[in-house]
Design a protein. Structure first.
Length: 206
């Protein structure tokens, strides 16, 4: 793996600090990203958990404030372009919603890159937040502690999408080339296997 990876974490709103700590524990120096012009030097980007509608509103508002002397493209568009040029992007929970091309029954703002359909807040009130041991063959035999907080469920996947973890109701982890989505929150567990998987995706340049 190449050294000194520049990994950004979208930091408009949400649990970006937890991802940053995880990356530091793995020897990386994360960068908090709030502006499109910060994306240029990045090798990879994490979009954290949070509230997808709030993030969409914040990014729309930020774009409208950008000065006309130095117009800046909206950050969702800039992320989309970088990802289409190969930059690995991983979305956790809200991040997976922003990455999805389809959000069931909603026209809310999104980056819209990954060929999956998501159902927001899919787990019902009694399972709004839960820890579920997940079987994820790509991470080895040991179950992964899946922490779900008002999480989405992934309900449809295009042909190029590799489903990495299935539960009874649908699936909760998937990869499509340089894009990774988890409906759960690996950043608030002591297990670093998904962060390592993402670092490998960056290191291998896939
Ligand atoms: N419920 C949030 C949404 O729909 C996602 C929750 C999370 O990221 N933990 O945007």
């Amino acid at each position: 793996m190449k050294k000194h990876l520049h990994i950004g974490i979208l930091a408009l709103q949400g649990d970006f600090a937890e991802h940053a700590q995880k990356l530091r524990d793995l020897g990386c120096e994360p960068v908090e990203i709030r502006r499109a012009n910060q994306l240029e030097s990045l090798d990879g980007l994490i979009i954290p958990g949070g509230e997808s509608t709030t993030n969409a509103k914040l990014e729309a508002a930020a774009s409208s404030f950008s000065s006309s002397a130095t117009p800046e493209i909206p950050i969702f568009d800039a992320i989309k372009k970088k990802a289409q040029n190969g930059m690995p992007v991983w979305g956790t929970c809200m991040g997976s919603i922003l990455l999805a091309k389809e959000i069931e029954g909603s026209a809310q703002g999104r980056i819209g890159l990954m060929d999956i359909s998501v159902r927001r807040n899919a787990f019902g009130p009694q399972r709004a937040s839960a820890e579920i041991p997940l079987e994820i063959p790509a991470l080895g035999d040991k179950p992964f502690p899946g922490i779900f907080i008002r999480a989405p469920l992934f309900i449809k996947a295009g042909k190029k999408v590799e489903v990495l973890c299935t539960i009874d109701e649908g699936f909760v982890m998937a990869r499509e080339g340089n894009l990774l989505a988890t409906a759960f929150h690996p950043e608030i567990t002591s297990d670093d296997r998904v962060h390592r998987l993402f670092l490998n995706m960056i290191g291998s340049g896939k």
